[in-house]
Each structure stands twice: as structure tokens, then as C-alpha cells.
Write a protein of this length. Structure first.
Length: 241
């Protein structure tokens, strides 16, 4: 889709931080001929903006004067809003990273951060959004009794519908698009999270765990397989009699 001037429409990025100097700095850094930035100093305004318009990415500070970043993520996901969220925070321990992911953040960067890394993460996320948009040109993926409607973002195993987050959905699609193929960890990270991948490689294990808990059931053929030392594979394993 192109705008009225024949150019690709700008990516829309929402910047949320209560530090006015940092907010101004981020606005200047990311506003370009390809990216349009909107700023918010509070969580309440950010939530209002997210209800009123579409954004391709939210760069969100963990600590805000009204709502913290976790609550904003939780409110977004509870209403079905799947806008990607990159969390900025002074918390740098594993528990905090896992908590942010559990509440719906898609990526995580600790303060103080290197500007080059922040730029790389934003570029990667926006590229991933472009990839996801192109995937919607297809309608359905199938493997065994699995059906994935890409237009409706709906996943069924037999007659049962599963509820997946945006990231879980993207990861499952990527695996099922390569049935029976051993996928290297780095290729999965770059295919789902964007290239170059600059985050924590353990993120993949976290999300594979989420997927397995939701889709693998006792007495059903296994779908997701770990290839030790290499990566993962999607294959319907025939159950022995």
C-alpha cells in the first residue's frame, strides 16, 4: 500500500517516557522520512493514543508517573491490541526480563543503552512488521490437524481453537512454513524477531516453552521438536500403536 504521493507510508512509532529530555532526544533520533513519531509522557495518554490510531511499534519506559510499563502492556493485550512493544528499563535481571515478556512486551532493552543497539532493535521490529504484513497475502497454513488462518490470525487443532499472543503466532507460523526442516536458532530469531537479531538468544527458548504449553497435548502427535545443538523443527510425529 502506498500513499497519495506514490511513496511507502511512514511507519508509526509511539514513544512513551516521562523524561522530557530523553523523549525529545528519541523523537529527534527516530523521526525521519520513513518514520513518524508521536510522544507521550504518561501511560494514560499512551493508552488513549493506542485506542485512537494504529502504531507499528511502541517504545515504552517501564517507570511512568501513573501506570508502569507492565500495566500498560497488560491492558493492551487484555483488549486484543497486538501492537509490538519495546520496553526500556533500568531493570536488568532475568526475572524482570521474563516478567516483561509475560506481560506482553515483545523486546526489552536495559538503561543505560547504546543508541546503535536501540536503533537496530527498532529497525528490526519495523522490518518484522513489514514481513508480517506480506505474510497476510497468504490465507492459510496447514500441517497435520493444524490449520492457521493468516488473515484472521486464528489457530485450530482439529476443532479446537487456540489463543496465542502475536509473537507466539508469528513463531508458530515460521516453524510450520518449513515443515520437516531443521531450523537453526539464529535463523528462527532473525526470521521472527528481525535481522540482525540483537536481543537475548534465550528469548527463543522462552517462547518455545510458551508454545509447547499451549499446543502440545497428551495422547496427541507431537508437533514441535528440539534438535539439540542446532535448533527446532515442526513435524507431525506419528504415534505408535
Amino acid at each position: 500500500m502506498r500513499d497519495h504521493e506514490g511513496q511507502q507510508p511512514k511507519s508509526q512509532v509511539l514513544l512513551v517516557d516521562d523524561d522530557p529530555e530523553l523523549l525529545r532526544f528519541l523523537y529527534q533520533e527516530f523521526t525521519s522520512d520513513k518514520v513518524r513519531c508521536t510522544c507521550s509522557k504518561t501511560g494514560s495518554k499512551a493508552l488513549t493514543l493506542l485506542r485512537q490510531q494504529r502504531f507499528d511499534l511502541v517504545v515504552l519506559d517501564w517507570s511512568l508517573p501513573d501506570f508502569d510499563g507492565l500495566e500498560i502492556c497488560q491492558r493492551l493485550r487484555s483488549t486484543g491490541n497486538t501492537t509490538p512493544v519495546l520496553m526500556l528499563t533500568a531493570h536488568d535481571d532475568l526475572d524482570a526480563r521474563v516478567q516483561a515478556l509475560d506481560y506482553g512486551a515483545d523486546d526489552y532493552l536495559s538503561k543505560p543503552f547504546e543508541l546503535r543497539e536501540l536503533h537496530a532493535r527498532v529497525r528490526a521490529r519495523l522490518r518484522r512488521g513489514t514481513f508480517a504484513a506480506s505474510e497476510k497475502q497468504k490465507e492459510q497454513l496447514e500441517l497435520g490437524d493444524w490449520r492457521i488462518n493468516l488473515l484472521q490470525r486464528a489457530v485450530h487443532r482439529g476443532e479446537h481453537k487456540l489463543s496465542l499472543t502475536q509473537r507466539e503466532f508469528d513463531l508458530l507460523c515460521y516453524l510450520i512454513e518449513h515443515p520437516g526442516e531443521v531450523l537453526h536458532r539464529q535463523n528462527i530469531l532473525e526470521g521472527v524477531w528481525g535481522a540482525p537479531f540483537v536481543g537475548d538468544p534465550n528469548t527463543l527458548d522462552v517462547y518455545m516453552g510458551y508454545l509447547r504449553r499451549k499446543i502440545e497435548k497428551p495422547n496427541h502427535p507431537q508437533l514441535l521438536h528440539t534438535i539439540r545443538g542446532v535448533g527446532f523443527m515442526a513435524r507431525v510425529e506419528t504415534m505408535s500403536a
